[in-house]
Design a protein around this ligand. Structure first.
Ligand code: AMP
Ligand code: MG
Length: 388
């Protein structure tokens, strides 16, 4: 049995080898850069207008309009003192422009332009290089690409991006009581649901499950399932069969496949029977079968490894320390991750904390860490792990 911090450290300290690949920009969401990206040119690349209006030269309130520049035009106009040009958002400002005035603040009569206020130097001009200078690092290695990141890289004209590969994930659920959707559920059986929850938790963080298997509580079947998956995946996630029951065969089957235990059992609630192992560059998590335990172990322990295996600088769920909405007493002798909901800056510990109960997790948005046998008073800060 290890403490939570120890388990997390063991995961953090794993040496991993992550391969890189070149992907089309539009297929890069959620991938992490295997090489930094530097700006190939200044951004913006030329002084341009932030408004639809008039570019002008001088500080008077009356100007002579001498031409027009639209977005995309090369703009050969050169303004002299007292002159203005009609201009549109994104258009290159004429040479000698001292400001751009939005059209709403102007009156035009023939070729005369009148301003409500005298212009301020540089007003509404987006200066060349104000966002990025040529050669400047835009994103560091390990940056995990977001939609805005895709937009930024796209604006630099980079169509192919060097990223780390994402890990190949296999998911194996075990349990004789588990029935697939569509099959007849007999007395004593339940619908298998962890694979749905775990697969979508992977997807929620930009990872996908390549293969999903369901195996009975049968030692030989589990052993051969492990053998196949170790050959074709980078990380194998089990649900169920890792506890101390007569039919919990996963640990022994992993050992017989040469998987080396990194830790087994964590002093926590829920998720005490959590197992983590490794065989060469392949990793295995065996999560307890109780639905809330398996998902909470995924968030706290599996996600950090997935980030590591994808070359991301991210370490796991985002965390916040927030005041608790009501007094709470953790009566458990184990440190606990409690299903909770953050609303208006306060965190409420939800009803339905049982390991098998997943409705509270579905309605909440956080897991809150509270130490063993600890009372927290309303307004005191607690560590919240954001699950959505
Ligand atoms: P186990 O960890 O195999 O002892 O299972 C603990 C509890 O979780 C039992 O009540 C199981 O029926 C339930 N359980 C195990 N696997 C699943 C699953 N894939 N979907 C839903 N419930 C499960
Ligand atoms: Mg079981």
């Amino acid at each position: 049995m290890v403490q939570i911090e120890e388990a997390l450290k063991i995961i953090r300290d794993q040496q991993v080898q992550v391969k890189s690949e070149i992907r089309a920009l539009s297929d890069c969401l959620g991938y992490s850069l295997s090489k930094e990206i530097s700006a190939p040119f200044d951004m913006p690349t030329f002084d341009n207008s932030a408004m639809d209006g008039y570019a002008l030269c001088g500080i008077s309130r009356e100007f002579k309009i001498i031409g027009e520049v639209a977005a995309g035009d090369e703009s050969r106009i050169r303004l002299r003192e007292g002159e203005a040009a009609r201009i549109f958002t994104g258009a290159k400002v004429p040479e000698n422009s001292s400001a751009v005035i939005m059209q709403e603040k102007t009156t035009v009569s023939g070729n005369k332009l009148f301003l409500e206020q005298p212009p301020k130097q540089g007003q509404s001009i987006r200066k060349k290089g104000e966002e990025l200078k040529k050669g400047e690092v835009v994103f560091e290695k390990g940056y995990t690409i977001t939609p805005a990141g895709i937009g930024m890289i796209g604006s630099l004209g980079i169509a192919m991006v060097e990223v780390f590969k994402k890990p190949v994930i296999h998911l194996i659920t075990t349990g004789n009581e588990l029935v697939k959707h569509g099959a007849l559920k007999k007395e004593g059986q339940i619908y298998e649901s962890n694979s749905y929850a775990l697969r979508s938790a992977c997807e929620d963080f930009g990872f996908s499950c390549k293969e999903k298997k369901q195996i009975q509580d049968d030692f030989e079947a589990i052993k051969s399932g492990i053998k196949d998956s170790l050959e074709t995946s980078d990380i194998l996630i089990f649900s169920g069969g890792i506890s101390v029951g007569e039919y919990d065969f996963v640990k022994q089957a992993l050992e017989e496949n040469g998987v080396e235990e990194q830790f087994y059992k964590v002093f926590q609630k829920p998720g005490k029977p959590l197992y983590f192992g490794r065989k060469e560059n392949k990793f295995v998590f065996a999560l307890p079968g109780n639905p809330a335990s398996s998902l909470s172990c995924f968030y706290i322990y599996v996600l950090p490894l997935l980030y590591k295996l994808s070359g991301s600088v991210k370490k796991g769920l985002d965390r916040l320390n927030l005041p608790i909405a009501k007094d709470y007493e953790n009566k458990s002798d184990r440190p606990s991750f409690l299903k909770a909901d953050i609303q208006n800056g306060f965190v409420e510990i939800l009803d339905g904390q049982g390991s098998s109960m997943i409705k509270s997790m579905a309605l909440g948005n956080a897991l809150v860490f509270i130490d063993a046998t600890t009372s927290v008073k309303k307004g005191e800060g607690v560590d919240c792990y954001l699950i959505s």
